[in-house]
Design a protein around this ligand. Structure first.
Ligand SMILES: Nc1ncnc2c1ncn2[C@@H]1O[C@H](COP(=O)(O)OP(=O)(O)OP(=O)(O)O)[C@@H](O)[C@H]1O
Ligand SMILES: [Mg+2]
Length: 364
Protein backbone atom coordinates (compact mmCIF):
# COMPACT_ATOMS: atom_id res chain seq x y z
CA UNK A 1 0.00 0.00 0.00
CA UNK A 2 1.29 3.43 -0.95
CA UNK A 3 -0.11 5.19 2.08
CA UNK A 4 -1.16 8.25 0.05
CA UNK A 5 -4.87 8.69 0.17
CA UNK A 6 -6.18 10.37 -2.99
CA UNK A 7 -7.63 13.83 -2.54
CA UNK A 8 -11.29 14.58 -3.04
CA UNK A 9 -10.33 17.11 -5.72
CA UNK A 10 -8.29 14.46 -7.46
CA UNK A 11 -11.26 12.11 -7.45
CA UNK A 12 -13.53 14.83 -8.83
CA UNK A 13 -11.00 15.62 -11.55
CA UNK A 14 -10.98 11.95 -12.55
CA UNK A 15 -14.77 11.83 -12.50
CA UNK A 16 -14.91 14.88 -14.73
CA UNK A 17 -13.39 12.73 -17.48
CA UNK A 18 -16.23 10.22 -17.22
CA UNK A 19 -18.92 10.80 -19.79
CA UNK A 20 -22.52 9.70 -19.57
CA UNK A 21 -22.95 7.04 -22.26
CA UNK A 22 -26.08 8.65 -23.67
CA UNK A 23 -25.55 12.33 -23.09
CA UNK A 24 -21.87 12.31 -24.07
CA UNK A 25 -21.06 14.95 -21.49
CA UNK A 26 -19.05 14.82 -18.29
CA UNK A 27 -21.08 13.36 -15.44
CA UNK A 28 -19.74 16.13 -13.22
CA UNK A 29 -20.97 18.84 -15.59
CA UNK A 30 -24.32 17.07 -15.91
CA UNK A 31 -24.81 17.23 -12.14
CA UNK A 32 -24.78 13.44 -11.89
CA UNK A 33 -22.15 13.31 -9.18
CA UNK A 34 -23.53 13.69 -5.67
CA UNK A 35 -21.54 13.15 -2.48
CA UNK A 36 -17.93 12.14 -2.87
CA UNK A 37 -16.19 10.84 0.21
CA UNK A 38 -12.56 9.81 0.40
CA UNK A 39 -11.16 8.14 3.51
CA UNK A 40 -7.90 6.22 3.75
CA UNK A 41 -7.98 5.06 0.19
CA UNK A 42 -11.67 4.20 0.32
CA UNK A 43 -13.65 6.19 -2.21
CA UNK A 44 -17.42 6.54 -2.01
CA UNK A 45 -19.18 8.14 -4.93
CA UNK A 46 -22.91 8.82 -5.11
CA UNK A 47 -24.19 8.93 -8.67
CA UNK A 48 -27.46 10.67 -9.42
CA UNK A 49 -29.10 8.92 -12.35
CA UNK A 50 -31.33 10.82 -14.74
CA UNK A 51 -34.05 8.22 -14.12
CA UNK A 52 -34.37 5.51 -11.52
CA UNK A 53 -34.30 2.44 -13.74
CA UNK A 54 -31.65 3.83 -16.08
CA UNK A 55 -30.73 0.97 -18.45
CA UNK A 56 -27.16 2.24 -18.59
CA UNK A 57 -26.62 2.06 -14.84
CA UNK A 58 -24.09 -0.76 -15.07
CA UNK A 59 -22.17 1.01 -17.81
CA UNK A 60 -21.99 4.23 -15.77
CA UNK A 61 -20.78 2.27 -12.75
CA UNK A 62 -18.16 0.56 -14.90
CA UNK A 63 -16.91 3.87 -16.28
CA UNK A 64 -16.69 5.45 -12.83
CA UNK A 65 -14.81 2.49 -11.40
CA UNK A 66 -12.48 2.35 -14.37
CA UNK A 67 -11.65 6.05 -14.01
CA UNK A 68 -10.89 5.84 -10.29
CA UNK A 69 -9.20 2.46 -9.98
CA UNK A 70 -5.83 3.50 -11.46
CA UNK A 71 -5.48 6.50 -9.11
CA UNK A 72 -2.58 6.14 -6.68
CA UNK A 73 -3.76 5.30 -3.21
CA UNK A 74 -7.24 4.12 -4.20
CA UNK A 75 -7.94 0.85 -2.43
CA UNK A 76 -11.66 0.42 -2.78
CA UNK A 77 -14.41 2.13 -4.71
CA UNK A 78 -18.03 2.11 -3.77
CA UNK A 79 -20.56 3.58 -6.15
CA UNK A 80 -24.09 4.18 -4.97
CA UNK A 81 -26.85 5.21 -7.31
CA UNK A 82 -30.10 7.01 -6.86
CA UNK A 83 -32.33 9.07 -9.10
CA UNK A 84 -32.36 12.82 -9.60
CA UNK A 85 -35.28 14.84 -8.33
CA UNK A 86 -37.68 16.36 -10.85
CA UNK A 87 -36.05 19.74 -10.30
CA UNK A 88 -32.58 18.40 -10.93
CA UNK A 89 -33.80 16.69 -14.07
CA UNK A 90 -35.36 19.90 -15.32
CA UNK A 91 -32.11 21.76 -14.69
CA UNK A 92 -30.15 19.14 -16.56
CA UNK A 93 -32.60 19.16 -19.45
CA UNK A 94 -32.53 22.94 -19.68
CA UNK A 95 -28.76 22.83 -19.67
CA UNK A 96 -28.81 20.47 -22.64
CA UNK A 97 -31.18 22.36 -24.87
CA UNK A 98 -30.87 25.84 -23.45
CA UNK A 99 -34.55 26.14 -22.69
CA UNK A 100 -37.80 24.26 -23.02
CA UNK A 101 -39.62 24.17 -26.33
CA UNK A 102 -37.45 24.20 -29.38
CA UNK A 103 -37.95 23.90 -33.08
CA UNK A 104 -36.35 21.24 -35.23
CA UNK A 105 -32.63 21.32 -34.53
CA UNK A 106 -32.03 20.48 -38.18
CA UNK A 107 -32.49 23.89 -39.74
CA UNK A 108 -30.54 25.70 -42.45
CA UNK A 109 -27.23 26.79 -41.01
CA UNK A 110 -27.16 23.80 -38.63
CA UNK A 111 -24.15 21.55 -38.59
CA UNK A 112 -25.91 18.28 -39.38
CA UNK A 113 -26.05 16.78 -42.86
CA UNK A 114 -29.47 15.14 -43.15
CA UNK A 115 -29.88 12.25 -45.58
CA UNK A 116 -33.17 10.47 -46.23
CA UNK A 117 -32.85 6.96 -47.62
CA UNK A 118 -35.83 6.37 -49.90
CA UNK A 119 -37.14 4.05 -52.58
CA UNK A 120 -40.32 3.78 -54.54
CA UNK A 121 -41.03 0.24 -53.46
CA UNK A 122 -40.57 -1.95 -50.45
CA UNK A 123 -37.99 -4.56 -49.70
CA UNK A 124 -35.17 -3.16 -51.84
CA UNK A 125 -32.83 -2.88 -48.85
CA UNK A 126 -33.31 0.70 -47.60
CA UNK A 127 -33.08 -0.21 -43.94
CA UNK A 128 -30.11 -2.54 -44.44
CA UNK A 129 -28.30 0.13 -46.41
CA UNK A 130 -29.17 2.86 -43.90
CA UNK A 131 -27.88 0.77 -40.99
CA UNK A 132 -24.66 -0.09 -42.82
CA UNK A 133 -24.05 3.48 -43.98
CA UNK A 134 -24.61 4.68 -40.42
CA UNK A 135 -21.98 2.29 -39.10
CA UNK A 136 -19.59 3.05 -41.92
CA UNK A 137 -19.87 6.80 -41.32
CA UNK A 138 -19.47 6.32 -37.56
CA UNK A 139 -16.32 4.28 -38.22
CA UNK A 140 -14.77 7.33 -39.90
CA UNK A 141 -15.13 9.17 -36.60
CA UNK A 142 -18.28 11.06 -37.55
CA UNK A 143 -21.14 11.35 -35.09
CA UNK A 144 -24.18 9.73 -36.63
CA UNK A 145 -27.88 9.78 -35.81
CA UNK A 146 -30.33 7.33 -37.34
CA UNK A 147 -33.99 8.21 -37.40
CA UNK A 148 -36.22 5.27 -38.20
CA UNK A 149 -39.13 6.96 -39.91
CA UNK A 150 -40.80 3.66 -40.75
CA UNK A 151 -43.41 3.76 -38.05
CA UNK A 152 -45.43 0.85 -39.44
CA UNK A 153 -42.70 -1.57 -40.35
CA UNK A 154 -39.71 -0.44 -38.33
CA UNK A 155 -36.70 -2.69 -38.62
CA UNK A 156 -33.79 -0.56 -37.37
CA UNK A 157 -33.85 -1.73 -33.72
CA UNK A 158 -33.48 -5.36 -34.75
CA UNK A 159 -30.86 -4.64 -37.41
CA UNK A 160 -28.83 -2.58 -34.94
CA UNK A 161 -29.20 -5.18 -32.22
CA UNK A 162 -30.95 -3.09 -29.57
CA UNK A 163 -34.51 -3.54 -28.38
CA UNK A 164 -34.70 -1.55 -25.19
CA UNK A 165 -37.04 1.30 -24.31
CA UNK A 166 -35.76 4.84 -24.79
CA UNK A 167 -35.21 6.95 -21.70
CA UNK A 168 -36.64 10.44 -21.26
CA UNK A 169 -35.05 13.18 -19.18
CA UNK A 170 -37.94 15.39 -18.17
CA UNK A 171 -39.71 15.69 -21.55
CA UNK A 172 -36.60 15.20 -23.66
CA UNK A 173 -36.12 11.76 -25.17
CA UNK A 174 -32.65 10.27 -25.30
CA UNK A 175 -31.73 8.43 -28.46
CA UNK A 176 -30.85 4.78 -27.98
CA UNK A 177 -27.28 4.08 -28.94
CA UNK A 178 -25.84 0.97 -30.53
CA UNK A 179 -22.62 0.35 -32.45
CA UNK A 180 -21.77 4.03 -31.99
CA UNK A 181 -24.94 5.26 -33.70
CA UNK A 182 -27.65 7.21 -31.85
CA UNK A 183 -31.11 6.17 -32.92
CA UNK A 184 -34.78 6.79 -32.48
CA UNK A 185 -37.49 4.42 -33.60
CA UNK A 186 -41.08 3.63 -32.70
CA UNK A 187 -39.57 0.31 -31.67
CA UNK A 188 -37.96 2.03 -28.68
CA UNK A 189 -41.27 3.41 -27.49
CA UNK A 190 -43.77 0.58 -27.86
CA UNK A 191 -43.79 -2.97 -26.61
CA UNK A 192 -42.51 -5.32 -29.25
CA UNK A 193 -45.19 -6.71 -31.53
CA UNK A 194 -47.91 -4.47 -30.15
CA UNK A 195 -49.86 -3.20 -33.12
CA UNK A 196 -49.55 0.49 -33.77
CA UNK A 197 -52.26 2.07 -35.85
CA UNK A 198 -51.26 5.46 -37.09
CA UNK A 199 -53.49 7.90 -38.80
CA UNK A 200 -52.18 10.86 -40.78
CA UNK A 201 -52.08 13.56 -38.07
CA UNK A 202 -50.71 11.12 -35.48
CA UNK A 203 -48.04 10.07 -37.88
CA UNK A 204 -46.97 13.64 -38.43
CA UNK A 205 -46.99 14.23 -34.69
CA UNK A 206 -44.85 11.15 -34.04
CA UNK A 207 -42.30 12.24 -36.63
CA UNK A 208 -42.34 15.77 -35.25
CA UNK A 209 -41.53 14.52 -31.77
CA UNK A 210 -38.81 12.30 -33.16
CA UNK A 211 -37.13 15.41 -34.44
CA UNK A 212 -37.95 18.09 -31.90
CA UNK A 213 -38.24 16.10 -28.65
CA UNK A 214 -35.22 13.86 -29.05
CA UNK A 215 -31.84 15.02 -27.90
CA UNK A 216 -29.91 14.43 -31.11
CA UNK A 217 -27.11 16.76 -30.03
CA UNK A 218 -26.29 17.96 -33.55
CA UNK A 219 -24.56 14.90 -35.00
CA UNK A 220 -22.44 15.23 -38.14
CA UNK A 221 -25.00 13.11 -40.01
CA UNK A 222 -28.62 12.23 -39.50
CA UNK A 223 -29.69 9.30 -41.65
CA UNK A 224 -33.41 8.80 -42.03
CA UNK A 225 -34.72 5.36 -42.92
CA UNK A 226 -37.90 6.04 -44.82
CA UNK A 227 -40.80 3.67 -45.21
CA UNK A 228 -41.42 2.32 -48.71
CA UNK A 229 -43.26 4.54 -51.15
CA UNK A 230 -43.62 8.23 -51.51
CA UNK A 231 -46.46 8.97 -49.12
CA UNK A 232 -47.20 11.10 -46.08
CA UNK A 233 -44.00 10.35 -44.23
CA UNK A 234 -41.78 11.78 -46.93
CA UNK A 235 -43.93 14.91 -47.11
CA UNK A 236 -43.92 15.34 -43.33
CA UNK A 237 -40.19 14.88 -43.16
CA UNK A 238 -39.51 17.31 -45.95
CA UNK A 239 -41.22 19.99 -43.88
CA UNK A 240 -39.44 19.00 -40.68
CA UNK A 241 -36.03 18.48 -42.24
CA UNK A 242 -35.72 21.27 -44.80
CA UNK A 243 -32.01 20.67 -45.42
CA UNK A 244 -32.33 16.97 -46.20
CA UNK A 245 -31.19 15.36 -49.39
CA UNK A 246 -32.15 11.90 -50.55
CA UNK A 247 -30.27 8.75 -51.28
CA UNK A 248 -32.42 6.66 -53.61
CA UNK A 249 -32.14 2.89 -53.37
CA UNK A 250 -33.13 0.73 -56.28
CA UNK A 251 -32.58 -2.79 -57.52
CA UNK A 252 -31.22 -3.35 -61.04
CA UNK A 253 -34.49 -4.26 -62.76
CA UNK A 254 -35.88 -1.63 -65.08
CA UNK A 255 -39.28 -1.92 -63.43
CA UNK A 256 -37.72 -1.20 -60.06
CA UNK A 257 -35.81 1.69 -61.51
CA UNK A 258 -39.05 3.18 -62.84
CA UNK A 259 -40.53 2.94 -59.36
CA UNK A 260 -37.41 4.45 -57.82
CA UNK A 261 -37.83 7.34 -60.24
CA UNK A 262 -41.04 8.14 -58.35
CA UNK A 263 -39.01 8.58 -55.18
CA UNK A 264 -36.81 11.03 -57.06
CA UNK A 265 -39.93 12.81 -58.34
CA UNK A 266 -41.15 13.05 -54.76
CA UNK A 267 -37.85 14.66 -53.76
CA UNK A 268 -38.26 17.17 -56.56
CA UNK A 269 -41.84 17.89 -55.55
CA UNK A 270 -40.78 18.78 -52.02
CA UNK A 271 -37.84 20.71 -53.41
CA UNK A 272 -35.10 18.59 -51.91
CA UNK A 273 -32.04 17.40 -53.80
CA UNK A 274 -30.98 13.84 -54.49
CA UNK A 275 -27.43 13.15 -53.26
CA UNK A 276 -27.05 9.93 -55.19
CA UNK A 277 -28.33 6.48 -56.05
CA UNK A 278 -27.40 3.12 -54.54
CA UNK A 279 -28.18 -0.04 -56.45
CA UNK A 280 -28.76 -3.03 -54.20
CA UNK A 281 -28.88 -6.74 -54.99
CA UNK A 282 -26.82 -5.98 -58.07
CA UNK A 283 -25.32 -9.43 -58.47
CA UNK A 284 -24.72 -12.67 -56.67
CA UNK A 285 -21.26 -14.11 -56.42
CA UNK A 286 -21.09 -17.89 -56.04
CA UNK A 287 -18.93 -18.45 -52.98
CA UNK A 288 -17.34 -21.63 -54.38
CA UNK A 289 -16.44 -20.49 -57.89
CA UNK A 290 -16.53 -16.70 -57.56
CA UNK A 291 -18.75 -16.55 -60.64
CA UNK A 292 -20.93 -13.45 -60.74
CA UNK A 293 -24.60 -13.92 -61.56
CA UNK A 294 -26.59 -10.87 -62.47
CA UNK A 295 -29.77 -12.10 -60.83
CA UNK A 296 -31.81 -9.05 -61.69
CA UNK A 297 -30.40 -7.68 -64.90
CA UNK A 298 -31.13 -4.19 -66.08
CA UNK A 299 -28.50 -1.74 -64.84
CA UNK A 300 -31.27 0.21 -63.09
CA UNK A 301 -28.97 2.05 -60.73
CA UNK A 302 -26.75 3.42 -63.44
CA UNK A 303 -29.69 4.43 -65.61
CA UNK A 304 -31.44 6.18 -62.76
CA UNK A 305 -28.29 8.01 -61.68
CA UNK A 306 -27.66 9.16 -65.25
CA UNK A 307 -31.23 10.29 -65.62
CA UNK A 308 -31.06 12.31 -62.39
CA UNK A 309 -27.60 13.62 -63.16
CA UNK A 310 -26.47 12.41 -59.73
CA UNK A 311 -23.74 9.92 -58.85
CA UNK A 312 -24.25 6.19 -58.55
CA UNK A 313 -22.75 5.84 -55.07
CA UNK A 314 -22.50 2.10 -55.10
CA UNK A 315 -23.66 -1.29 -56.32
CA UNK A 316 -24.17 -3.78 -53.53
CA UNK A 317 -24.17 -7.51 -54.24
CA UNK A 318 -26.88 -9.84 -53.03
CA UNK A 319 -25.22 -11.77 -50.26
CA UNK A 320 -26.66 -13.95 -47.52
CA UNK A 321 -24.24 -12.32 -45.03
CA UNK A 322 -26.16 -9.03 -45.37
CA UNK A 323 -29.42 -10.60 -44.26
CA UNK A 324 -27.74 -12.74 -41.62
CA UNK A 325 -25.93 -9.76 -40.13
CA UNK A 326 -29.14 -7.77 -40.12
CA UNK A 327 -30.96 -10.53 -38.28
CA UNK A 328 -28.12 -10.86 -35.79
CA UNK A 329 -28.14 -7.15 -34.96
CA UNK A 330 -24.67 -6.28 -36.23
CA UNK A 331 -24.65 -4.83 -39.77
CA UNK A 332 -22.39 -6.59 -42.25
CA UNK A 333 -19.84 -3.76 -42.51
CA UNK A 334 -18.92 -4.58 -38.91
CA UNK A 335 -19.84 -8.27 -38.78
CA UNK A 336 -17.93 -9.28 -41.89
CA UNK A 337 -16.05 -6.24 -43.22
CA UNK A 338 -14.13 -8.24 -45.83
CA UNK A 339 -17.19 -9.71 -47.50
CA UNK A 340 -17.90 -8.32 -50.97
CA UNK A 341 -21.16 -6.72 -49.79
CA UNK A 342 -19.46 -5.03 -46.84
CA UNK A 343 -16.72 -3.73 -49.08
CA UNK A 344 -19.29 -2.39 -51.53
CA UNK A 345 -21.20 -0.72 -48.68
CA UNK A 346 -18.03 0.84 -47.26
CA UNK A 347 -17.17 2.13 -50.72
CA UNK A 348 -20.68 3.57 -51.05
CA UNK A 349 -20.21 5.37 -47.72
CA UNK A 350 -16.95 6.78 -49.01
CA UNK A 351 -18.63 7.95 -52.21
CA UNK A 352 -21.32 9.55 -50.09
CA UNK A 353 -18.69 11.33 -48.01
CA UNK A 354 -17.30 12.77 -51.22
CA UNK A 355 -20.73 14.27 -52.00
CA UNK A 356 -21.53 15.42 -48.45
CA UNK A 357 -18.23 15.77 -46.58
CA UNK A 358 -18.40 15.83 -42.84
CA UNK A 359 -18.04 19.33 -41.40
CA UNK A 360 -14.74 18.78 -39.58
CA UNK A 361 -13.17 17.27 -42.69
CA UNK A 362 -14.63 19.85 -45.02
CA UNK A 363 -12.87 22.70 -43.25
CA UNK A 364 -9.48 21.02 -42.96
N1 LIG B 1 -27.58 -6.94 -50.49
C1 LIG B 1 -28.36 -7.80 -49.86
N2 LIG B 1 -28.07 -9.14 -49.84
C2 LIG B 1 -28.87 -10.02 -49.19
N3 LIG B 1 -29.97 -9.69 -48.53
C3 LIG B 1 -30.31 -8.38 -48.49
C4 LIG B 1 -29.54 -7.38 -49.15
N4 LIG B 1 -30.12 -6.19 -48.92
C5 LIG B 1 -31.21 -6.43 -48.17
N5 LIG B 1 -31.35 -7.75 -47.91
C6 LIG B 1 -32.42 -8.42 -47.16
O1 LIG B 1 -33.63 -8.14 -47.84
C7 LIG B 1 -34.68 -7.92 -46.93
C8 LIG B 1 -35.26 -6.51 -47.14
O2 LIG B 1 -34.27 -5.57 -46.80
P1 LIG B 1 -34.62 -4.25 -46.00
O3 LIG B 1 -35.52 -4.53 -44.87
O4 LIG B 1 -33.35 -3.57 -45.73
O5 LIG B 1 -35.42 -3.49 -47.14
P2 LIG B 1 -36.32 -2.20 -47.03
O6 LIG B 1 -36.25 -1.52 -48.36
O7 LIG B 1 -35.95 -1.39 -45.87
O8 LIG B 1 -37.75 -2.83 -46.80
P3 LIG B 1 -39.09 -2.04 -46.39
O9 LIG B 1 -39.53 -1.38 -47.64
O10 LIG B 1 -39.99 -3.12 -45.94
O11 LIG B 1 -38.73 -1.06 -45.34
C9 LIG B 1 -34.08 -8.11 -45.56
O12 LIG B 1 -34.32 -9.41 -45.13
C10 LIG B 1 -32.60 -7.89 -45.77
O13 LIG B 1 -31.81 -8.61 -44.84
MG1 LIG C 1 -37.15 -0.73 -44.25
Amino acid sequence: MSGVSPSRDGVLAALREVHDPELHRSIVDLGMVGDVDVRDGRVLVAIRLTIAGCPLKAEIQRRVTEALAPMPGVESIQVTMDAMSDDERRTLRAGLTGGSARPSPFQPGGRTTVLGVASGKGGVGKSSITANLALALAQTGATVGLLDADVYGYSIPRMMGVMRQAVAVDDLMMPVESHGVRMMSIGFLTEEDSPVIWRGPMLHKALTSFITEVWWDDPDYLLVDLPPGTGDVALSLAGLLPTASFVIVTTPQLAAQRVARRAAAMAARVNLPVAGVIENMSWFEAPDTGTRYEVFSGGGGELLAAELGEPLLGRIPLEPAVARAGDAGLPVVAADPDSPAARALLAAAEALLAVVPRPALASS
